[in-house]
Write a protein that binds this ligand. Structure first.
Ligand SMILES: *[C@@H]1O[C@H](CO)[C@@H](O)[C@H](O)[C@H]1NC(C)=O
Ligand SMILES: *[C@@H]1O[C@H](CO)[C@@H](O)[C@H](O)[C@H]1NC(C)=O
Length: 239
């Protein structure tokens, strides 16, 4: 092998490795698809009879702020587009599902389950999505009823989520922070409507595994405080 060929091969190998590492980094994503530490959004309510034609007509515009932008800005994309922040972020989940990845876990919960007319009062009034692997993941907490669609269906935004304002926050967490999230989520008593937690995670994430299999035998504490900074968390349990 010539030195040049070797160099090229090495460069390709490094590039390949880089791609693998980049791909493994599950994270909140901005509209450019870039990983961000966190973002928050405010979907504007639909406004009827506006003079200003290009704003507020569809009920799908949103304002957006992330860990790299200095101020709120108007989205380039509509909320129902796969290029929106939610579309970009959730794409990682839909992709992991189609590749049948068994090192990735996810949970979707919502007291208003997609395509259902019933609002369960048995569960917490809480909505969100968690996706993670052994490196890291994201936790999206939002207010949108009947959202997001289950993985088999792919990304979409429900018509019922247009009229009112909606908001949410996405936070990227390291793997070692998910144990605290496991206990924290239990207190929310979420209505999990779609999930997959591979067996290798079951021992570490007892509550989330039980929530997923709907076999929760754990008593739900009335209050649970913990620190998610990854250091030795002083967990407080009280009922
Ligand atoms: C999103 O909604 C707008 C306005 O109703 C529509 O024109 C557009 O085709 C939709 N986009 C997708 C991807 O569904
Ligand atoms: C899942 O992981 C196990 C090893 O932990 C491996 O043997 C198995 O082939 C994997 N399954 C798939 C579908 O990739």
């Amino acid at each position: 092998m010539t030195a040049r060929l070797l160099n090229t091969s090495l460069a390709l190998l490094c590039l390949g490795l880089f791609e693998v590492l980049k791909a493994a980094k599950i994270s909140c994503r901005n509209e450019e698809g870039e990983a961000v530490d966190w973002f928050t959004f405010y979907k504007l309510p639909r406004q009827v009879k506006r003079q200003d034609k290009d704003s507020g007509e569809t009920g799908l515009e949103y304002l957006y702020l992330d860990s790299t932008t200095r101020s709120w800005r108007r989205s380039e994309q509509l909320m129902n587009a796969t290029g929106s922040v939610l579309g970009r972020t959730l794409h990682q989940l839909y992709k992991a599902h189609t590749s049948k990845s068994n090192n990735t876990a996810y949970l979707m919960y919502n007291d208003g389950v997609p395509k259902s007319m019933n609002y369960g009062s048995k569960y917490g009034h809480t909505k969100g999505v968690l996706l993670w692997n052994r490196v890291q993941g994201f936790w999206l907490i939002h207010s949108i009823p009947l959202f997001p669609p289950i993985p088999g269906e792919g990304y979409d935004y429900p018509p019922t989520g247009r009229r009112n304002g909606q908001s949410g926050i996405c936070i990227t967490f390291k793997y070692n922070q998910y144990e605290a999230i496991d206990s924290q989520l239990l207190v929310c008593n979420p209505n999990v409507y779609s999930c997959a937690i591979p067996a290798t995670f079951h021992q570490t994430f007892i509550h989330m595994s039980q929530l997923c299999s709907k076999s929760s035998s754990s008593e739900i504490p009335g209050r649970y405080l913990c620190s998610l900074d990854g250091s030795t968390a002083e967990d407080t349990l009280a009922s």
